[in-house]
Ligand binder design. Structure first.
Ligand SMILES: [Zn+2]
Ligand SMILES: [Zn+2]
Length: 226
C-alpha cells in the first residue's frame, strides 16, 4: 500500500484542479447554509409549543440519518451511490488516516467538504418532498422548522468535520469539547476500525443506540505537518 505522502501527492495532482480555492468552498458552504437558516426563521409565524417539538425530533432524525448514511452508504458500495462510497472510503479515508489527520493546504479542504452541487441536489431531491409532506400533514411552521434544523445540522456536520482535520495547534482545537469529539473521529480514521466504529461525525447518539461507540483512553496525539 502507498504511504500517505505519496497518496496525497498523487491524489492532489489527479483530483484537485489548480483553480480550486478551499477558503471559498468553506465560505460558500457557511453562507448558503446561514442564508437558508435565516430564510426559514423568517417564514415562522406564531409557532405553537407542539410545533416547537419539531426541533428535537428533527435533530434526532438528522443524527440517525447521519449515522445510517455514513455507515451504510459511505462505507458500503451501493448501486447508484457508489461514487459517494469511493469519495469517502477510498479517497477521504486514504488521504486522512488516524496518523495523518490534518490538512496541509486549503486545497485539501476538497477532500473533506461536500461538493456544493451534490448538497444542492440532495437537499432538492430528499428535502423538497419532506417539506411538502410536512406542510400538507401538519403546518407551514413544522415544514420550515424541519428545514431549519436539517440545514443547521448539515452545517454543524461540515464545521465539525472540517475542525477535526485542522492542525492540532490551530485555534479551532481550543474550542471547549472539540478535542473529545475529534478523538472519536480520529479513531474512526484508523483503517482497521473505519467500517466498525464511530459513524456519527457530530454527537454519537446513533453510535450509542446501535452499539458502535468506541472510545480509547489515549488522547489525540500531536501530528502536525510542518
Ligand atoms: Zn474525516
Ligand atoms: Zn468514514
Amino acid at each position: 500500500m502507498k504511504d500517505n505522502a505519496t497518496f496525497r501527492a498523487e491524489f492532489r495532482a489527479a483530483h484537485i484542479p489548480r483553480w480550486y480555492v478551499g477558503y471559498a468552498h468553506l465560505a460558500l458552504t457557511v453562507a448558503l447554509s446561514v442564508g437558508l437558516i435565516v430564510w426559514s426563521v423568517l417564514q415562522l409565524e406564531a409557532v405553537t409549543w407542539a410545533e416547537w417539538m419539531t426541533v428535537p425530533l428533527a435533530f434526532v432524525y438528522a443524527n440517525i440519518a447521519e449515522y445510517l448514511g455514513h455507515r451504510y452508504v459511505m462505507h458500503v458500495p451501493r448501486r447508484g451511490l457508489r461514487s459517494i462510497y469511493v469519495r469517502h472510503s477510498k479517497q477521504h479515508h486514504r488521504f486522512f488516516t488516524d496518523q495523518h489527520m490534518p490538512f496541509e493546504h486549503h486545497q485539501d479542504y476538497k477532500v473533506t467538504l461536500f461538493p456544493l452541487l451534490l448538497v444542492v441536489f440532495f437537499f432538492g431531491v430528499f428535502g423538497a418532498p419532506v417539506w411538502f409532506a410536512l406542510q400538507w400533514l401538519f403546518s407551514d411552521n413544522v415544514a420550515w422548522l424541519f428545514v431549519l434544523v436539517a440545514v443547521a445540522y448539515f452545517l454543524n456536520y461540515e464545521l465539525f468535520h472540517f475542525a477535526f482535520h485542522c492542525r492540532t495547534d490551530s485555534w479551532v482545537m481550543k474550542i471547549p469539547g472539540i478535542k473529545k469529539v475529534m478523538a472519536l473521529h480520529q479513531q474512526h480514521h484508523r483503517p482497521e476500525l473505519m467500517s466498525r466504529y464511530n459513524f456519527n461525525i457530530t454527537y454519537p447518539i446513533g453510535d450509542w443506540l446501535f452499539g458502535t461507540y468506541h472510545r480509547e483512553p489515549t488522547t489525540a496525539t500531536e501530528q502536525n505537518h510542518d
